[in-house]
Write a protein that binds this ligand. Structure first.
Ligand SMILES: *Cc1c(COP(=O)(O)O)cnc(C)c1O
Length: 395
């Protein structure tokens, strides 16, 4: 009997019982007069999560990838130039989407383990005096490498060059777990998905766009249908959708937003920071490196751990799963065999991570790593003891 899902991947994340129960509902009429009582407050509350007064949220039956496509195809024109840096599998995939959609894609290839290269972007934007670049794309939290980038810094770089490009951010593994400020940072499009910080199953792309992005939308000639803002805007204003919404997921989103607000967003961010600090203390006690090259890149939602050169990370993952019933994230593409990832995003606490770290330690030792059992757990314990309590506080 397996009593605990043992899920420590950076999405899908553990779904709290209150959220699971909220989704266990009979199917309902999405055109009923009552339906807007559910949906209109969801739109209003998502704005609080994105920290925007003026932004326009959209909810699609999709995944984060669909959110990427929605933002691009609703605001740009065929062949428009976009600037993006790649430094892990998710930024690589977003850049690939830009190419496959036919945008002129200027890609800055960055060493994996670092984030958005602000100085390089500053030079490129300053040189683009004709303002050919229509959008600058940034991955807030690169889930493949556990690297968080400086989105406020991206805004500063755009402003310093006096450049009018739209700023689009992939926040799929940061939103609702790591601080994000849409209005303050002047972000024009932010993309999230239901199965990460929102603690829901996969199935929703949750995005938000600025007034400037909506203005660009009005002159955008990119072909689109399923993701068309115009259809969403026409129906969403009264609380309805242009096609069948994922109603149980919307019920779950209501419960998840209630949990986030009850704890308080700032407390949620502090809890992620605290939990992540313990994980980083453990990795350091093992004498292993994180993929993130410097503390300024450290992610509070996922840690990508480099295994010793004589250890195969694929075997560590298999051992953790087969012997101890625990899933860690695999090393994606070029990191396969070299890295395993510990997800600490969403509904997590000290108890869970101490268990996960203990299993990671056993799996590493079983696969030949020369580390002392208990060393990482003890380091995490010290870090947790020294920190503030992160038990959910009422706001
Ligand atoms: C998970 C993830 C995605 C992809 O989202 P899907 O829901 O799998 O389509 C994109 N970007 C980042 C940073 C992610 O973590």
């Amino acid at each position: 009997m397996n009593h605990h899902p043992g899920l420590f991947i950076p999405g899908p994340t553990n779904v709290p019982d209150a959220v699971r129960r909220a989704m266990n509902v009979p199917q309902e009429d999405m055109r009923s007069p009552d339906f807007p009582k559910l949906t209109l407050p969801l739109f209003a509350d998502l704005k609080k999560v994105f920290k925007t007064q003026r932004g326009q949220p959209f909810i699609y039956p999709s995944s984060g990838t669909g959110g990427w496509e929605a933002v691009l195809t609703n605001t740009l024109n065929p062949g428009d130039k976009v600037l993006i840096a790649t430094f892990g599998q998710f930024s690589v995939l977003w850049a690939d989407m830009c190419q496959r959609l036919g945008f002129t894609t200027e890609i800055v290839d960055v060493e994996w383990g670092k984030g958005v290269p602000l100085e390089t972007f500053a030079d490129i934007l300053a040189a683009d005096t004709a303002h050919d670049i229509k959008a600058v794309l940034g991955t807030h939290n690169e889930t493949a490498t556990g690297v968080t980038s400086d989105v406020a810094g991206m805004r500063k770089v755009l402003d310093a060059a006096d450049h009018p490009a739209l700023l689009f951010v992939d926040g799929v593994s940061s939103i609702a777990s790591i601080d994000f400020r849409m209005d303050e940072w002047g972000v024009d499009g932010i993309v999230a998905g239901s199965q990460k910080g929102f603690m829901l199953p996969t199935g929703l792309a949750i995005i938000c766009v600025s007034e400037k992005a909506l203005e660009a939308h009005r002159s955008s000639k990119f072909p689109r249908c399923f993701f068309a803002f115009e259809d969403m805007l026409r129906t969403n204003k009264d609380g309805y959708f242009p096609y069948t919404p994922a109603t149980p997921l919307l019920r779950g989103l209501r419960a998840s937003l209630d949990l986030l607000f009850e704890e308080g967003l700032e407390n949620v961010f502090a809890r992620h920071r605290h939990i992540a600090s313990g994980v980083r203390a453990a990795v350091s006690a093992w004498g292993l490196d994180l993929m993130a090259k410097e503390p300024k890149w450290h992610s509070d939602t996922v840690s990508a751990v480099c295994v010793p050169p004589d250890v195969d990370a694929v075997k560590v993952l298999r051992r953790a799963f087969d012997r101890y019933g625990v899933s860690f994230g695999s090393g994606l593409t070029r990191l396969s065999g070299k890295v395993f990832r510990i997800g600490h995003i969403g509904a997590t606490n000290e108890l869970m991570l101490l268990g996960a770290l203990s299993v990671a330690e056993m799996a590493l030792v079983d696969c030949g790593a020369k580390i002392a059992l208990g060393s990482g757990v003890a380091a995490a314990q010290s870090s947790y003891c020294a920190g503030e309590s992160v038990l959910a506080k009422a706001a």
